[in-house]
Design a protein around this ligand. Structure first.
Ligand SMILES: Cc1ncc(COP(=O)(O)O)c(C=O)c1O
Length: 385
């Protein structure tokens, strides 16, 4: 039996989510913009999903803009903010944490916004000091993720958000990994924008949301129809949105149970890892997502380790799934000052609700085998690959 331990990359769609989506794929026709009953049915389904997604993150339904996923939400936020503030002549700099996902870092880099990096500390945390250092008089937006996809480190956002408010600055958080894993409250948090992605919480790929406060300046970035409050042109992906709504509803109902389940697996894995020589757990001391462990194995190459585990039918990631095609050390570990050799040996394990204790045992015994065999034959060691 194959063991899937890469739930931060994507989760298997929940059976109840799939069942909720199917009628909208094969039985109910209609474009949500059409005025007839078929259209209205689709529109109602979207609005119901909007309520569920809003409820998951403590927001109001009218604050939820559906997109195709976390990447689009981050692009809409950064691009839309730069366009609107330029129109209003309030265009300034943005401060972005060094450990953000590429879907924040890349649009920030390619837009004409001036970007200042906010440094992470060695625990993968973004401190108020680091934000202060990155701030300039012109900083108009700060973007710091709620939880990191590689290390799982959860940021303490409230002092950073308070600082942003004091400095008349907008605040965005990418909560793609946090949503469904830890409690979130958009209203209480004071953030002006929050990114969500459905396929990280047992929903379908191809649905996400940008939750926005009405004071945030935001222009649309694609032109066409007036869907999604005129912020996201294009016929809505109703089945995916319905699936996102159902996934959000289930995530909220099961939040505590899911959290305890994956945390027990994570703790068992970490205990086992500590008995294997040369293993370092990254950001071990930091508050982390209950399902995520990233570790390095001294002298090994992460990609090679990943392939060895894959041969044993165990799926993990060697860092962020989206960047694992590259062999450079992860930018997140680099930002945490992890030495290149250790960062290159990184493996990320991310548990999901379908994993069991036997998956932990399978992984630990595979790791022991691989590491022991290779410690006796240096073929796998980092210096040789
Ligand atoms: C923190 C974070 N933000 C954004 C994304 C992108 O989300 P999507 O795959 O829905 O575009 C990911 C996906 O890995 C992520 O981990």
């Amino acid at each position: 039996m194959a063991v899937y331990l890469d739930n931060n990359a994507t989760t298997l769609i929940d059976e109840n989510v799939l069942q909720a989506m199917l009628p909208y794929m094969a039985q109910v026709a209609g474009n949500p913009s059409s005025v007839h009953r078929f259209g209205r049915l689709q529109k109602d389904a979207i609005e119901q999903a909007r309520e569920s997604v809003a409820k998951l993150v403590g927001a109001r339904a009218e604050q939820v803009v559906f997109t195709s996923g976390g990447t689009e939400s981050n692009n809409l936020l950064l691009n839309g903010f730069s366009q609107r503030t330029a129109e209003q002549n309030t265009y300034g700099r943005i401060a972005v944490s060094a450990i953000e996902h590429m879907s924040v870092l890349e649009p920030a880099k390619h837009l004409w916004l001036a970007v200042d990096a906010i440094a992470a500390d060695e625990n993968g945390s973004i401190t108020i000091r680091a934000v202060e250092k990155a701030m300039t008089e012109q900083t108009a937006l700060i973007s710091v993720m709620a939880a990191n996809n590689e290390t799982g480190v959860i940021q303490e956002l409230s002092p950073l958000v308070e600082y942003a408010h004091q400095h008349n600055c907008f605040f965005h958080t990418d909560a793609s990994q946090a949503a469904g894993k830890i409690a979130l409250n958009f209203a209480d948090s004071g953030v002006h924008a929050m990114t969500l992605s459905a396929h990280k919480l047992y929903g379908p790929v191809g649905a996400g949301a940008l939750v926005i406060d009405k004071h945030l300046p935001l222009a649309k970035i694609q032109y066409g129809g007036a869907q999604e409050k005129n912020l996201r042109a294009g016929t809505e992906n109703v089945p995916a949105i319905v699936g996102f709504g159902k996934a959000a509803e289930l995530a909220l109902a099961d939040l505590q149970a899911r959290k305890m389940h994956v945390l027990a697996l994570r703790q068992a894995l970490e205990k086992g890892l500590k008995n294997i020589g040369g293993v370092t757990i990254f950001a071990e001391k930091a508050d982390r997502l209950p399902n995520t462990v990233q570790f390095g194995v001294e002298g090994f190459d992460g990609e090679t380790l990943l392939m060895q585990l894959d041969r044993k039918a165990i799926a993990v990631s060697s860092g962020s799934a989206c960047t694992s095609g590259k062999s450079e050390p992860s930018h997140v570990l680099k930002a945490m000052q992890v030495p290149d050799a250790l960062a290159n040996s990184a493996i990320r394990v991310s548990f999901g609700k379908n994993n069991t204790m036997s998956d932990v045992d399978t992984l630990l015994s595979a790791l022991r085998d691989i590491i022991e065999i290779n410690q006796h034959s240096p073929v796998m060691m980092a210096s040789n690959v």
